[in-house]
Design a protein around this ligand. Structure first.
Ligand SMILES: [Zn+2]
Length: 245
């Protein structure tokens, strides 16, 4: 059986048999791997707290035929964020981010920017950036990396540049200026459009700049709906967030 090593973030697990679990690992250059962790549900096991949500670890694994489905033989924690992730005010936001990743990142996805994004948001939360700002930044980037983010500075109907306010088309593909809008209801302000552009070249640690300029709850709701629309699925863990109550 071939062996390999990978660095990865744990995106949660589910029990398989009595003592085993199936975990999802987000790798930098191979997308999400489904990994069997034998014995990891035993009270005393060799993995310790390695499989907590968003723990970054180094994993030694082997596979038989299917390279997407691996078995972990050894692993160690590189960095644990669990004390941050598990805090009551954070945990549901991280559940939602994990759900988005699980639904969007395919096996063998080569784009390393998703891995870097996860690193950056975890570090920023550890440094005190507001969790809602982090979720919004994450959703903005996921849309961009999946090629689904619209150009924030142009009306998709008349090509007018830098409209003051825009409305999202009902099929979420692009934005409309005040002149082109008919019954669309999801509106973004000039600052909110600027924010979308800003995220492109700026790290999440500077997000506090936008604190009073954008309606983050509204933007979270819009981007979550946009992701659901394009992905043709529902993001179930969002029901626990105050933005959706
Ligand atoms: Zn227009």
């Amino acid at each position: 059986m071939p062996y390999a090593t990978t660095q990865a973030f744990v995106l949660g697990g589910q029990p398989l048999k009595e003592q085993d679990q199936l975990v999802h690992l987000l790798t930098a250059d191979r997308g999400i791997l489904k990994a069997m962790a034998p014995g990891s549900k035993k009270v005393r096991n060799r993995f310790g707290s390695l499989f907590e949500l968003f723990t970054e670890g180094e994993f030694v694994y082997y596979w038989q035929e299917d390279k997407e489905f691996i078995t972990i033989s050894k692993g160690e924690i590189l960095e644990s964020y669990f004390n941050i992730v598990s805090q009551p005010e954070n945990i549901f936001y991280f559940y939602l981010m994990a759900e988005v990743l699980l639904k969007f990142v395919p096996y063998n996805h080569k784009d390393k920017r998703i891995y870097k994004l996860v690193h950056a948001i975890l570090r920023s939360r550890a440094a005190g950036t507001a969790i809602e700002m982090i979720l919004l930044y994450f959703l903005t980037w996921i849309l961009r990396l999946e090629g689904m983010m619209f150009n924030p500075f142009i009306c998709h109907n008349c090509y007018r540049e830098k409209p003051e306010r825009v409305w999202l088309r009902t099929d979420f593909r692009g934005i409309l200026c005040a002149r082109c809008r008919s019954n669309e209801s999801l509106m973004l302000t000039a600052d909110e459009l600027l924010y979308i552009h800003w995220t492109k070249d700026n790290p999440p640690k500077d997000l506090s700049l936008w604190k009073d300029k954008i309606d983050r709850a509204k933007m979270i709701r819009i981007f979550k709906r946009k992701i659901e629309y394009h992905g043709e699925f529902a993001l179930n863990s969002s029901v626990y967030l105050p933005e959706f109550k």
